[in-house]
Design a protein around this ligand. Structure first.
Ligand SMILES: Nc1nc2c(ncn2[C@@H]2O[C@H](COP(=O)(O)OP(=O)(O)O)[C@@H](O)[C@H]2O)c(=O)[nH]1
Ligand SMILES: [Mg+2]
Length: 408
């Protein structure tokens, strides 16, 4: 009888207990917080079999190098470094795929999440046979710390919208701190939206089965070191997630954003046209040509910032991208005019002909720029702060091990 594969592996590998918990921590420019967060994980998780997987998007401040130096000291610390990529949710997906642990925690690396409740969350998940345990700021003694009132209002508004998208009652579906059974994650992973910051919401809104959820309250801390990466494009990505889940993914979210940017371009076009016509008294054709160029340029930069944030073009590729985008859009405009003209001549009402032409050029512009402009094989950017990285490594000293700490 042939031996099974696991028997073979067991023969050669040192005994290893199954992991109780893997903690996935996305990082971008969090170097200053790394020693403290690692120290706290060692202190909190002593007594458990665990590992921490940091997923760093090639932070210029040398976060990945610093984590690597801890990883060399202790196998429980691992770092996945992604080059030329950005995104909190997609980082979490990759971290979760990289661990064999059956329960995975997702936690920020900036010390805003209270790591000391991890054992309590794990006990709850196991004790009550739950799929997900969320660390909540809104119930069970949780709180938002000293958040600016505007951010509290925005957060609450987001929660209202989120609760429409999920089928389970949760006080904080926008939380970025939670525990999930990896089996549930693997069930939904192929259909996740994967963009933005709201990874829990993505999982819950994607799952077709009712998810058994529990909550543990905690006080959301203020950030002490480093800066928040929450910006307008992250807020936009939240909208994309909502859009993608509400449309069931039928219309590509990127196309919807591309079309919205196109609508802004239309406003820019008309604005420029009227300015050139009435302020600078230019002839109509010349004014329209300049206004179209201005609108295309504006659309290109908006798309590069928002729609293709994850494939953003830089340097010489930005120029090449602008050129290919304008070329694609010029052809799109020509196709629009001739197609809608033909429809009009064959008796279709003007508004339907105009709409059909606009739709045709939108699909054309999107497809072509998606294929060529934002697929250029630009060199992946690696950390820019090479000198500062070298300085960190030169001055690196392993942290003082906490109880059950490094090397224990
Ligand atoms: N890998 C990765 N991590 C990110 C990215 N943006 C933010 N993070 C990390 O996600 C966590 C939460 O981000 P933060 O900026 O603090 O968001 P906030 O708490 O909502 O202000 C931190 O650990 C960040 O370093 C990103 O684009 N890629
Ligand atoms: Mg934060």
């Amino acid at each position: 009888m042939t031996e099974s594969r696991t028997d073979n592996i067991a023969e050669f590998s040192p005994a290893r207990r199954e992991l109780d918990l893997a903690v996935v921590l996305p990082t971008f420019n969090e170097r200053e917080n790394i020693p403290e967060v690692i120290g706290r994980l060692f202190a909190t998780l002593s007594g458990l079999e665990w590992e921490a997987i940091f997923v760093d998007d090639d932070s210029p401040d040398g976060t990945a190098e610093l984590i690597d130096s801890y990883a060399r000291e202790d196998r429980r610390i691992r770092c996945i470094r992604r080059v030329g990529r950005r995104g909190l949710s997609s980082a979490c997906i990759e971290g979760m795929l990289a661990t064999p642990a059956s329960v995975v925690a997702v936690m920020d690396a900036d010390l805003q999440h209270d790591e000391s409740i991890l054992p309590k969350m794990l006990a709850k998940l196991r004790g009550e046979a739950l799929d997900v345990v969320v660390a909540t700021r809104n119930a069970d003694g949780g709180s938002m710390s000293d958040f600016a009132p505007a951010r509290v209002i925005l957060s609450r508004l987001g929660q209202r919208v989120s609760s429409v998208m999920i089928r389970c009652g949760l006080s904080d579906p926008m939380s970025g701190f939670f525990l999930v059974r990896r089996s549930l994650f693997l069930e939904v992973v192929n259909e996740l939206h994967g963009g933005g910051f709201k990874f829990l919401l993505d999982i819950l809104a994607t799952s077709r089965q009712p998810v058994r959820v529990g909550e543990v309250g905690y006080r959301f801390r203020n950030r002490v070191k480093g800066t928040s990466k929450l910006d307008i494009s992250v807020a936009m990505e939240y909208l994309f997630l909502v859009l993608s889940k509400l449309t069931g993914g039928i219309i590509p979210t990127r196309f919807v954003i591309f079309a919205l940017v196109g609508a802004i371009g239309l406003v820019v076009n008309l604005g420029f046209l009227s300015l050139l016509l009435f302020r600078f008294h230019m002839g109509f054709s010349a004014a329209q040509a300049w206004a179209t160029l201005a609108a295309m340029t504006c659309n290109f930069f908006l798309n590069n910032q928002i729609t293709y944030r994850d494939r953003r073009l830089h340097g010489v590729y930005l120029i090449l991208g602008l050129a290919t985008f304008c070329l694609a859009c010029s052809f799109g405009a020509w196709a629009n005019v001739s197609f809608s003209g033909n429809l009009l001549r064959s008796g279709v009402p003007w508004y339907l002909a105009g709409l059909a032409g606009t739709l045709l050029s939108a699909v054309w512009n999107y497809s072509v720029s998606n294929l060529f402009t934002w697929q250029m094989p630009q060199r992946r950017r690696v950390s820019e702060a090479t000198d500062s990285v070298k300085a960190i490594q030169a001055s690196y000293e392993p942290p003082t091990p906490p109880a059950g700490g490094l090397g224990a």
